[in-house]
Design a protein around this ligand. Structure first.
Ligand code: 5GP
Length: 190
């Protein structure tokens, strides 16, 4: 997606060789017009999948996922990373190693919000090793629902998650795919 690639070139900040910070438009401050365009693009790509729900993981996937849900006219559900007092005991869970925090989280979705037979589109901001998307897909499968695909904002294609999950049969559409990056040279797209 040209608009997104231009924004990454302009405002993305590379840390080391494998972290891209999009804090000014995606991960801390949100450009809602860009997020809306990305939601529209996910609807163009996946609209014929007749998703009943959009599923993401807190926190940084939520903004794009809510815009995606708006274009589908369907609810957004986000998986939680910590158990809060008001979260029901009836939850689906999966383990996910956090790429950015380097910790293992148990991610949870209330059984109330994911039902057998529902068609679910996964959405996330980044795809690196695939742990976050794999946890979301596993939760959908546990619920007896159907993962119809995954919309990713930025795929770091030099990391293995995308290839592995595609081989496992998940349809993934990424709005920007990065083939390489470094602090010296910046970002190169596939
Ligand atoms: P994975 O689970 O695929 O290894 O990593 C994806 C998750 O880690 C995403 O939910 C995202 O929040 C975070 N993440 C992975 N790589 C990056 C990155 O380069 N920049 C930022 N801001 N987040 C990342």
């Amino acid at each position: 997606m040209r608009l997104l690639e231009d924004r990454i070139r302009k405002d993305g900040v590379v840390k080391g060789n494998d972290i891209l910070k999009g804090d000014s438009f995606l991960n801390h401050q949100i450009d809602q017009l860009l997020a809306d365009e990305m939601g529209k693009e996910f609807f163009r790509l996946f609209g014929d999948e007749n998703a009943d729900k959009i599923l993401t993981i807190e926190a940084s996937g939520i903004a794009v996922a809510v815009m995606t849900a708006k274009h589908f006219g369907k609810p957004l559900v986000f998986a939680k990373k910590s158990r809060t007092a008001n979260l029901s005991d009836e939850v689906w869970t999966a383990k996910a190693f956090s790429f950015t925090h380097k910790t293992e989280n148990t991610v949870m979705v209330s059984k109330q919000y994911l039902r057998e037979g529902e068609r679910v589109l996964l959405v996330d901001d980044f795809l690196a090793n695939g742990c976050a998307l794999r946890a979301l897909r596993d939760i959908v499968v546990q619920a007896g629902a159907i993962p119809v695909g995954a919309g990713v904002v930025i795929e770091k294609a030099f990391q293995p998650g995308g290839d592995e999950l595609r081989k496992e049969g998940l349809r993934i559409e990424s709005l920007a795919r990065i083939s390489a990056m470094s602090e010296e040279k910046g970002v190169e797209f596939c």
